[in-house]
Design a protein around this ligand. Structure first.
Ligand code: CMC
Length: 392
């Protein structure tokens, strides 16, 4: 005690030792369990990456089959949870719904609250959570449209099932296009973990009080909601739309972003750790072109985004501060092309980040980390005597 180091925003304080994700922000390198993100995004599937993050190794064929099977067995959510959707006013933000519903999963599942769960019991909760998350995310979307909810079908793999529940219809068979499933896999993989970011740290710190898995993840979802974190993907599209409506004058908006008297920031730019290209942004930018091409779409905001990037990367303000496009800069353009409304973007980030949060929570438990409890330097009033309300 006695001596306290102050590091507001934890800019240079390590909170843990971790073997999950490696990130070199100076060079722009990201690896999950040692595997470069570029290889995983190109070759793997989201569920395989989830397994890798959570258990530390790529699964063999049998392990993968078993993991997928266990997840597919748990995709149904308690029918009474549907009543939540009747309670939320129409138009309520999907992230508010998601954090409540995920927190509520613990209340619907008392077995998850038993103290001292063993490794098998924890694994079961992990697979249930991954399974139910995709159903809940799709249902939030369906409810936002006022459409009937679509039930999961175990014949589909995880991502196909998600697309089926999200864009399927009760009244007719809707074609599930491989381009959509592949794009979704890629985006989910790219979002799956990012070491000790705001939401992962939240999950670890909440979990360190021995709070259950669902409560810890629900807290992570709330942390992700902020526009400085996962909420940036929604903010980016809103910004690009505004710039488009304003005539597409990118120079004017870059000027605004540089103006210290203007609170406007170039959303999707800058990062606490990357002082170089965010490798995820590079992959997503390329994927934008490919996916829009395959879907036969043209989106003017993609051109605006590319122009903003080009101008910013040459501008001394951004160069000096090493501000580059981050993961959120181009992802929304793909989500939109797939048919998702803007308000769902951060929920999709959460769906992708879930395995990372789980891996961080599990590692924290396995390391037997003590309760997270930062210190402070007190700068408030010294002792004062209570004054009666009439004398204040
Ligand atoms: N537009 C304009 N100026 C910026 C921006 C931006 N997007 N980002 C940082 N700066 C400036 C900032 O004003 C500061 O300037 P100065 O040194 O003159 O005061 C300098 O760059 C350093 O920024 P900071 O805010 O001190 O850096 P930070 O590490 O605390 O914040 C950040 C990182 C990501 C919150 C910030 O860059 C930001 O607000 N970006 C926009 C929001 C965004 O895209 N967030 C998504 C992050 S990546 C995915 C995720 O986490 O979900």
């Amino acid at each position: 005690s006695g001596y306290i180091t102050l590091d507001i925003g934890y800019k240079n304080t390590g909170a843990t030792k971790s073997a999950i994700t490696f990130l070199d922000g100076e060079v722009g390198i990201l690896k999950y369990r040692g595997y470069p993100i570029e290889q995983l995004a190109e070759k793997s599937t989201f569920i395989e990456v989830a397994y890798l993050l959570i258990y530390g190794e790529l699964p063999n064929a049998e392990q993968l089959k078993e993991f997928e099977y266990q997840i597919s067995r748990h995709t149904l959510v308690h029918e009474d949870m549907k009543k939540f959707f009747d309670g939320f006013p129409s138009g309520s933000h999907p992230m508010g719904q998601l954090s409540s519903l995920i927190g509520a999963l613990a209340a619907f599942n008392p077995a998850s609250l038993k103290p001292g769960l063993n490794a098998d019991e924890i694994n079961l909760e992990i697979m249930k959570l991954i399974a139910k998350m995709s159903t809940i995310v799709s249902w939030i979307y369906k409810k936002s449209l006022g459409h009937p909810l679509i039930y999961p079908q175990n014949k589909y793999d995880y991502v196909t099932n998600f697309i089926h529940m999200t864009f399927g219809q009760r009244t007719e068979e809707v074609e599930i296009k491989p381009v959509v499933v592949n794009a979704m896999n890629k985006l989910l993989i790219l979002h799956a973990d990012h070491e000790q970011n705001c939401s992962a740290s939240t999950v670890r710190i909440v979990g360190s009080s021995d709070a259950n898995l669902y409560a810890s993840i629900s807290a992570g979802i709330s942390a992700l909601w902020g526009p400085l974190h996962g909420g940036a993907n929604q903010a980016v599209i809103e910004m690009l739309e505004k710039i488009k409506a304003d005539g597409g004058d990118t120079d004017k908006w870059i000027k605004k972003a540089k103006d210290k008297n203007d609170s406007f920031r170039l959303m999707g730019f800058g990062h606490r750790v990357y002082k170089n290209f965010d490798p995820r942004a590079k992959i997503i930018k390329k994927a934008c072109d490919d996916i829009l091409d395959e879907l036969g779409l043209d989106d003017e905001v993609l051109e605006i985004a590319k122009r903003l990037e080009e101008v910013a990367l040459k501008d001394p303000y951004f160069v000096e501060r090493k501000l580059y496009p981050n993961v959120d800069f181009y992802s929304g353009i793909i989500y939109r092309a797939l048919g998702f409304p803007t308000e769902m973007f951060t929920v999709l980030f959460a769906l992708g980040r879930l395995p990372g949060w789980i891996a961080q929570w599990k590692e924290m438990k396995e390391n037997k980390e003590p309760i997270g409890r930062p210190r402070q330097i007190y700068v408030g009033a010294t002792t004062r005597n209570y004054t009666d309300i009439k004398k204040r």
